[in-house]
Design a protein around this ligand. Sequence first.
Ligand code: SF4
Length: 343
Amino acid sequence: MRNKTKVINIGNVKIGRGNPIAIQSMTNAKNIDDIINQINLLSDSGCEIIRCAVADFEMAQSLKIIKRNIKIPLVADIHFDYRLAIEAIKNGADKIRINPGNIGSNDRVKLILDTAKQYQIPIRIGVNAGSLEKSILKKYNGVTMQGLAQSALNFIDMFNAYDFDNIVVSVKSSSVPLSIGAYKILSENTDYPLHVGITEAGINTVKSSVGLGAILSIGIGDTIRVSLTDNPLNEVECAKEILSALELRKFGIEFISCPTCARTQIDLIKIASQVKERCKNIQKNIKVAVMGCAVNGPGEAKDAHIGIAGGKNAGFIFKDGVIIKKVREQDIVDELINQINLL
Ligand code: SF4
């Protein structure tokens, strides 16, 4: 059961409460054309909110052009300079992300809040383990889950004191246990929607999958970002896989395949990756199985709507656990896709 957070609008995307957990990513392209192209590729692959680092005034002013050429909400990521945040808002950012602790003073934060209020856009309070305030580090004796959550809660109180409540919150760390603990404490103490991510999660998807999986599975999280040192398209694919695996959202075909064993007599690894790739563009709410042998395959995957089980240089197409056709190994992928299209 998901936590009942407040509903917040980020452009045309609603997050919080019963709304779908939205997938975010961040563009890493450098010039405007490349940024627009990358954002459009990301949104075509399932990214629903995109964040863009705004490091100077030229970038803040370019948000206007980017916005005109993309279909998903644009979030401006700001560090240190409150004037960049204000400029980004005036140039159409649908949300901004700041760490209020590095903006310089409460007065400057208030100026950002006043502008966001005028333009009716939300602000994400983005607390990071690497930039916790000195007072918090002292009080909690270093970076702790309590300190991360308390820092975010203090900023929420500050925003509320300035009469601002269009808020999303995140408490990111590269430690999975620390992140899980911090999000738990935070969710027990606020009903603002939470953006969840494991920061600096490295070059593979394990940390993000474990961390996001654990946090989402206890009902916490309204938007997510998988953080990868890789093409952001892979962040989006991984985010979709995590949400699908937890049965929180569906993205077309659910794909299952066996790990192979000595019974496998076809090139199942290659076949599985080809089937998965070709299933990406088929929008059907079905389960497709690719199994190594006919001894166990159809039975093990009988809840799949359709699948193949390997034989000797051949494959058996099965439907709802019953074999319906034998095909040559080289025809397995095409025939399976044909059968999927017929469903
Ligand atoms: S389905 Fe067959 S080939 Fe695949 S792991 Fe099970 S027994 Fe082995």
